[in-house]
Every structure is written in C-alpha cells, then in structure tokens.
Design a protein around this ligand. Structure first.
Ligand code: HEC
Ligand code: HEC
Ligand code: HEC
Ligand code: HEC
Ligand code: HEC
Length: 237
C-alpha cells in the first residue's frame, strides 16, 4: 500500500506529546505561582541620585504625570523625564539647593563638575524579560497608574507598592470592571467614583443616570469593549 503521508508526519505524535507536556507543565507552574503570593518586591525603595519627591511635584505643584512621563499613554514603556525637564524650572527655582547637585552636573555649564550626562535614576519596577507589558494598552482603557503603582502622588521617594505578580495581573484581567474609570480621571490618583458621579452626569444605555460605582464600572467596560485576555501569549513571548 502506498504511503499517503510524508515521512515527517511520523514525528507528529511525538511533537504533540512534547507540546502538550510543556503546556501542562506551564499550567502547573502558573497555578503554583498564582497560589503563592510573591511579595518580595513590595516595599523596594532604592535611594535615588536626587531625592525627587512626587508629593511636592504632583500633590503640591499639581503637575500631571504626562508632564514628565510623556510617553506613558502612547507607548509600551513609560519614559523618565530628561534633566532638561527639571532644569526648565530649577534653573530658576531652588537653584542653590544641595539636593540638586546631580542636576547641575547634567545641565549647568558653569558648575565645576559639569559633564552633561543624564541623571542615573535607579529603576524601581522591572518586569522579567519574558513578560510582555504595555502602558498605553492600560492607560487608554481607563486603568489608572494607581492600580499598579499605588499612591505615587503621596510618595516622597517612589517605592514598589504592589507585587505585580502574575496573579495580580490575572486578577484584574478576569474582572476589570471595578478598576476602570473615565479616561479623563486616569492620571488623577485621588479619583473617587462616588464623588465623580455626584459632580458629573453619566447616562447608561437606557438613558438613566448612573449613581453607583459598580454600574459605572460595567458601563465603562461596555463602552471601552473591554476584553482583557488571559491566554499565555497575551503576556508572554
Ligand atoms: C516633575 C516630573 C515628574 C512628574 C510630574 C511625575 N513623575 Fe514619576 N518620576 C519622575 C522621576 C524623575 C522619576 C525617577 C526617580 C524616582 O523614581 O523617584 C519618576 C519615577 C516614577 C515611577 C517609578 C519608575 C521606576 O523606576 O519604576 C513611577 C511609577 C512614577 N514615577 C509614576 C508617576 C505618576 C503616577 C505620576 C503622576 C501622578 C508621576 N510619576 C509624575 C518624575 C516625575
Ligand atoms: C514646573 C516646575 C518644576 C519642575 C518641572 C520640577 N520641579 Fe522640582 N521643584 C519645583 C518647586 C516650585 C519646588 C519647591 C517646592 C517647595 O519649596 O515647596 C521644587 C522642589 C524640588 C526639590 C526640593 C529642593 C529642596 O531643597 O527642598 C527637589 C530635589 C526637586 N524639586 C527636584 C526636581 C527634579 C529632579 C525635577 C525633574 C525630574 C524637578 N524637580 C522638576 C518646581 C519644579
Ligand atoms: C496595569 C499595570 C500598570 C499601570 C496601569 C501603570 N503601570 Fe507603570 N509599570 C508597570 C509595570 C509592570 C512596569 C515595569 C515594566 C517593565 O519593566 O517593562 C512599570 C514601569 C513604569 C515606569 C518605569 C519605566 C518603564 O516603562 O519601565 C514608569 C515611569 C511608570 N511605570 C509610570 C507609570 C505611570 C505614570 C502610569 C499611569 C499613567 C503607569 N505607570 C501605569 C505597570 C503599570
Ligand atoms: C487593574 C486592572 C489590570 C491590571 C492590574 C493589569 N491589567 Fe493588563 N489589561 C487590563 C485591561 C482593562 C486591558 C485592556 C483590554 C482590552 O482592551 O480589551 C489590559 C490589556 C493588557 C494587554 C494588552 C493585550 C490585550 O489584551 O489586548 C497586556 C499585554 C496586558 N494587559 C498585560 C498585563 C500585565 C503583564 C499585567 C501585570 C503586570 C497587567 N496586564 C495588569 C487591565 C489590567
Ligand atoms: C495578564 C498577564 C499574564 C498572563 C495572561 C499569563 N502570565 Fe505568566 N506571568 C505574568 C507575569 C507578570 C509574570 C512575572 C511575575 C513576577 O515577576 O513575579 C509571569 C510569570 C510566569 C511564570 C514564571 C516564570 C519563572 O521563571 O518564574 C510562568 C511559568 C508563567 N508565567 C506561565 C504562564 C502560563 C502557562 C500562562 C497561561 C496559562 C500565563 N503565564 C499567563 C503575567 C501573565
């Protein structure tokens, strides 16, 4: 009898078995991870070359996150500001502050130690290389910085507030409704849904006014057509 199948198909069952095996192992690993909270990074607060206070700049001066993290809503990565952004103000304000010495080295040509090099900020949050993450995918779907970074607006020095583990990501992907907010409130870390609904009229599909947080979340999820994925390939290369 003729062989209808090319030779390589003989390897097929083996390949399937290997694939199935690694998927099962992956799922077991995933469940183990999901079940064991990894809190090792929570609280991580490295010293920075300049003790930059978000509390002063966001809370007191009222600067928007995008003034400094200007790519956060258009790209996967959220950039840090260049020394130039600081210098715009600090060539005039608090110019003599000893805390700003590294800024002078980067920007102030009259400074004896001027080298023009960028300020070496120490990274606080870092996803492992095998994880895919996108800021703009979240920020443009009503997910605020506060969900993943905590109350940065009140931080004198930034620290790792949430564990950002796989379980943490999945928890919201399974049920994003109570974590989404109107797009214009994403950068307002003091947003409060009840207050918001008192001051703005939001109508549901039937034209009735929405008065509680739960209905607002469901309404926004529908409006954004939210369908956060849970497949492994969503977050892994
Ligand atoms: C005036 C500029 C400025 C503004 C405004 C600003 N930031 Fe920052 N941000 C910085 C600088 C500089 C750093 C790096 C130094 C540090 O970590 O403190 C930073 C660091 C961060 C980090 C940690 C980055 C890492 O290494 O993981 C987060 C998260 C962050 N900012 C969130 C925010 C949020 C949220 C807002 C708005 C509520 C905001 N920032 C507003 C300048 C700014
Ligand atoms: C929009 C203007 C503005 C920008 C941009 C800005 N700052 Fe400031 N910063 C201020 C003002 C105003 C104060 C003083 C607040 C006060 O005294 O209450 C201040 C205070 C500070 C202080 C405290 C100084 C001291 O001796 O107490 C540091 C440090 C500082 N800023 C660092 C930075 C860095 C680093 C950047 C860039 C990432 C930056 N600032 C960007 C306006 C700005
Ligand atoms: C859904 C969770 C989530 C949200 C929402 C979020 N971040 Fe992040 N952020 C992360 C993760 C995860 C990292 C580490 C990314 C990496 O290493 O690639 C990070 C890293 C950063 C960094 C360091 C630079 C970088 O991209 O690695 C800055 C700055 C930052 N975030 C600012 C913000 C600001 C500002 C907002 C709100 C406008 C925000 N983030 C919203 C999860 C989030
Ligand atoms: C607070 C809620 C929340 C958290 C926490 C969260 N996400 Fe998401 N994520 C969303 C929403 C909402 C979307 C947009 C889904 C859509 O557009 O349908 C999204 C989209 C994404 C996307 C774009 C792919 C897609 O579904 O279209 C990736 C990748 C992603 N998330 C990865 C992560 C990772 C990695 C983490 C943890 C570090 C994380 N997310 C944490 C709510 C969240
Ligand atoms: C919503 C995003 C998201 C989805 C979907 C997701 N993961 Fe993850 N996964 C992560 C993040 C983020 C980490 C890193 C956690 C950390 O840094 O603690 C991770 C870590 C892992 C690790 C740990 C690797 C190590 O070396 O410790 C394994 C294994 C893993 N994921 C497997 C899976 C499998 C299998 C699936 C599909 C069933 C899956 N993941 C779906 C976000 C996700």
């Amino acid at each position: 009898m003729a062989n209808f199948f090319p030779r390589w198909t003989n390897l097929f069952p083996l390949k399937i078995a290997i694939c199935a095996g690694s998927v099962v192992m992956g799922i077991v690993a995933a469940f183990t991870l999901y079940a064991t909270p990894k809190n090792t990074l929570v609280g991580y607060q490295p010293a920075q070359p300049i003790p930059f206070s978000h509390k002063i700049h966001v809370e007191q001066l009222g600067l928007d996150c995008r003034y400094c993290h200007s790519f956060v809503d258009v790209s996967d990565h959220s950039n840090l500001p260049s020394a130039n952004t600081c210098w715009n103000c600090h060539q005039h304000v608090q110019r003599q502050s000893p805390k700003l010495e590294p800024l002078h080295r980067a920007m102030d040509k009259t400074h004896p130690l001027y080298d023009g090099k960028p300020i070496q900020w120490v990274k606080v949050h870092k996803a492992p290389d095998y994880v895919k993450f996108s800021h703009s995918a979240h920020v443009n779907r009503g997910v605020s910085c506060v969900s993943c970074h905590g109350q940065v607006n009140e931080m004198e020095v930034v620290y790792h507030a949430k564990d950002l583990s796989m379980g943490f990501c999945l928890e919201c992907h399974r049920n994003p409704h109570d974590q989404v907010r109107p797009l214009e409130e994403v950068f307002n870390l003091k947003y409060n849904a009840e207050e918001y609904l008192k001051n703005s009229v939001v109508l549901n599909a039937k034209g009735e006014r929405i008065t509680d947080k739960d209905s607002l979340g469901k309404h926004l999820s529908e409006q954004f057509r939210l369908q956060p994925k849970e497949s492994c390939a969503t977050c892994h290369h």
